[in-house]
Write a protein that binds this ligand. Structure first.
Ligand code: HEC
Length: 101
């Protein structure tokens, strides 16, 4: 036979454990978006920033700005609207680089 104290403790713990089990199951899954590849700044991004992004203003204008990924996406899309020439892949590489520095 188990000591009375242990039995009482188990009687208290069982519902608690059951309940916490239910609660933790109710949590929604967390999705994390990891970058799918590494961007080579010298090869992929620098030529774009130096050639395509400096048609209308200086490189300093870009280097001075600090933005979140969402803000950079909005800015780069505005620049494309202004006339910046970027393919979808180039656009993404520029946004990823600018948001990560
Ligand atoms: C066709 C001309 C043109 C090109 C090409 C261009 N921009 Fe701009 N950019 C502008 C103009 C005009 C402004 C000022 C008005 C504005 O902010 O929209 C500006 C302003 C900016 C600013 C400062 C305003 C802010 O929101 O922080 C940043 C940063 C910037 N550009 C980044 C870029 C990047 C990065 C590229 C290359 C993908 C680029 N620009 C290419 C015309 C251009």
């Amino acid at each position: 036979m188990l000591p009375a104290v242990t039995v009482r403790l188990l009687l208290i713990l069982c519902p608690v454990l059951l309940l916490s089990g239910c609660l933790s199951k109710a949590l929604p899954p967390v999705t994390v978006q990891l970058p799918t590849r590494t961007i080579d700044y010298q090869r992929e991004v620098k030529p774009l920033l130096d050639k395509r992004c400096t048609v209308c203003h200086s490189r300093e204008r870009i280097d001075q700005a600090q933005k979140t990924p969402e803000e950079w996406a909005a800015t780069v899309d505005r620049m494309i609207g202004n006339g910046a020439q970027l393919s979808p892949e180039e656009r993404q590489a520029v946004i990823d680089y600018l948001a990560s520095r």
